[in-house]
Design a protein around this ligand. Structure first.
Ligand code: SF4
Ligand code: SF4
Length: 220
């Protein structure tokens, strides 16, 4: 698998992907993993200027988040196709593929296996009150996507890290639609207890305002 792993890494790095993890999901419920024992998760941080623009309330000329999300999805499609070419089963977790396979419910904005669940298992970070994965390297201003596969990669499976929000309520305070309840994540807490997806207008303010995101921006 070393050659295949390196090939994937090289392609992703050409598109500025900064993290790549192979995650053991074999113990999750069958309906969640669809017979795939492994997930490939990758992504990158959003540009610092873009985050500052959101925090400064400057009108944005184009949405860098949407552009990078699109790039991550197409890369996931590409990696899934490459693994299939190499003789393995693989499915991209891009929105389009999930809709096709009915593993994403558009009405309630719910995926059977969210990228952030994989991110927790990969040891990438923790879930904040804004229901985003707050990564140890980039805060929560990231874009990521994933692939499910039976390719025998060397995998990791980390225990979910506890949230570090403490008494902070910055994301809930800044949310223009009061979509964030202010409740702290812990194992077993449903996403809807943290945020109301029907109210979310994807303004990204809760991502940009997070002190962990801001602290990481200063180091970049
Ligand atoms: S993206 Fe905007 S509307 Fe949605 S939860 Fe975050 S701050 Fe609220
Ligand atoms: S802004 Fe504060 S409460 Fe919200 S996710 Fe970040 S640390 Fe947690």
């Amino acid at each position: 698998m070393e050659k295949i792993t390196n090939n994937i890494r090289q392609v992703l790095e050409k598109y500025h992907v900064k993290f790549l993890h192979f995650v053991d999901i074999s113990d999750l419920p069958e309906e969640t993993i669809q017979a795939f024992p492994t997930a490939v998760l990758f992504g990158l941080p959003l540009p610092a200027d873009f985050i500052r623009t959101i925090n400064n309330n400057t009108p944005i000329r184009y949405n860098m988040f949407d552009l990078l999300e699109e790039r991550m999805k197409r890369l996931a499609d590409f990696v899934a196709a490459y693994l299939t070419f190499e003789g393995y089963k693989a499915t991209s977790q891009s929105d389009e593929e999930q809709l096709l396979k009915q593993t994403y419910n558009e009405t309630i904005f719910r995926s059977r296996l969210p990228h952030k669940t994989l991110a927790l298992r990969a040891g990438l970070g923790w879930i904040g009150k804004n229901d985003l994965c707050n990564t140890n390297h980039y805060g929560c201003a990231i874009s990521m996507c994933s692939i499910l596969t039976d390719a025998p990669f060397k995998t990791v499976k980390c225990e979910p890290a506890p949230p570090k929000c403490g008494k902070c309520t910055a994301c809930a305070d800044v949310c223009p639609t009061a979509a964030i309840s202010g409740k702290c994540w812990q194992m077993g807490v449903d996403r809807n207890e943290l945020i109301n997806p029907d109210k979310c207008i994807l303004c990204l303010k809760c991502m940009a305002v997070c002190p962990f995101t801001k602290a990481k921006l200063r180091n970049r």
